[in-house]
Design a protein around this ligand. Structure first.
Ligand SMILES: *Cc1c(COP(=O)(O)O)cnc(C)c1O
Length: 366
């Protein structure tokens, strides 16, 4: 094997337990996008075993895959556009988010033994999904054929806890809840917190929190909230690849496509058997790998299947050794945050884009 993503499900358990005890509310484990690249079914099962009460996904297909794997916990799917097979959702007891009248009408029109269960998604300031202009126009006949079981919203700036927008969104959410309650819906699940709000905003927990990135042991934003260790989280994914080749080279050699870098002195270079086809960003500069007890930075541009690192002339690394591309910053390894920063992106994008060519191995990190 030349590359693998080691997924430590014990760390999922530890992160879920930590988030649950700190929030004091039921936890929805967000497992969309193949559990942020960690593997949908194993992660969902581990999160439920560790005390998560329900699962959150974007797509109906993701929810169906969970049901086909035998998972019977509540599942909410929030990106199921008009024209989707809502009957399959209802028949499989998948709860649906609705953010428009047409969605309510389509879901309400499903013919099933079961009544559709819907969470109303409301726009409190993210200005993406959620009821906004149509909110005042929902009529009883739009919801008479379904059960409204929840109301939820999403923060745009929860990773910046001191921003006024968070308070504005929370207040707007409370107003929208009050409107719904005035129609007699007093027992619905109210939820707005993502990971950042769960970690930093005690006033926004309501009846449930939806945790994604923090369950995977990563910080929503290292700069504003601190790193994994500071937040009491354990990174779940350790990405490893083999050194295809180690060789000694002189100073002033151009390295890689476009000769974007040159060796500054005689050194050992390592060719890492992983590239942008595996999800390593082509533009990444400033990250690298951890091998033989130290960090070795990228040199030159990332290729499709490989990239080159500067090991240093006295490195003990050999061809065929495993390197850690990212893992636990507390052990000196580069992190998904480092790779995010190195490519003008965020850790979320790094882990979700690790490609299908990289097998996920469910085992402790090495
Ligand atoms: C992805 C997502 C989450 C999880 O966000 P994190 O920042 O990863 O915790 C929560 N709610 C909704 C609606 C989402 O789309």
């Amino acid at each position: 094997m030349r590359a693998q993503a080691r997924i430590d499900l014990q760390h999922i358990a530890s992160n879920i337990q930590h988030l649950k005890s700190m929030s004091g509310t039921p936890v929805m484990a967000v497992v969309k996008a193949d559990a942020y690249g960690h593997g949908l079914v194993p992660v969902a099962q581990a999160a439920l075993d560790a005390g998560a009460s329900s699962l959150g996904v974007a797509l109906l297909e993701e929810a169906i895959t969970l049901r086909e794997a035998g998972i019977s916990a509540p599942i909410l799917a929030w990106l199921v556009p008009p024209g989707s097979d809502f009957k399959v959702a209802v028949d499989n007891q998948i709860e649906l988010a609705a953010s428009s009248i047409i969605a309510l009408e389509e879901i309400g029109a499903v013919k099933s033994e079961l009544r559709p269960r819907v969470h109303l998604e409301v726009d409190t300031g993210m200005t993406r999904g959620g009821f906004l202009d149509e909110w005042g126009r929902i009529d009883t006949h739009h919801i008479s054929n379904l059960d409204v079981v929840g109301i939820f919203s999403h923060f745009a700036r929860a990773d910046e806890p001191s921003e006024k927008q968070n308070e504005l969104q929370r207040n707007r959410f409370k107003e929208m809840i009050a409107t719904l309650e005035s129609f007699g819906y007093t027992k619905i699940v109210r939820h707005i917190s993502n990971s950042a709000a769960t970690l930093k905003d005690q006033d926004s927990r309501f009846d449930m929190v939806r945790v994604g990135i923090s369950m995977y042991g990563l910080s929503p934003d290292v700069k504003t909230l601190g790193d994994s260790a500071a937040l009491g989280l354990k990174p779940v994914m350790q990405l490893r690849a083999k050194l295809h080749l180690v060789k000694t080279v002189p100073a002033n050699l151009p390295v890689g496509y476009g000769a974007m870098a040159h060796t500054s002195k005689e050194t050992k270079l390592g060719v890492v058997a992983m590239g942008y086809a595996d999800g390593i960003p082509r533009v990444a500069q400033g990250a690298g790998v951890f091998v033989a007890g130290r960090r070795a930075p990228i040199i030159g541009r990332v290729s499709m299947d490989q990239f080159v690192v500067d090991l240093g002339i006295d490195s003990q690394a050999n061809s065929g050794d495993w390197v850690i591309v990212f893992g636990d910053g507390a052990k000196g390894e580069y992190t998904a945050d480092d790779w995010g920063r190195a490519s003008g992106s965020i850790n979320y994008e790094i882990v979700t884009r690790i490609g299908p060519r990289v097998p996920r191995i469910y085992a402790p990190h090495e």
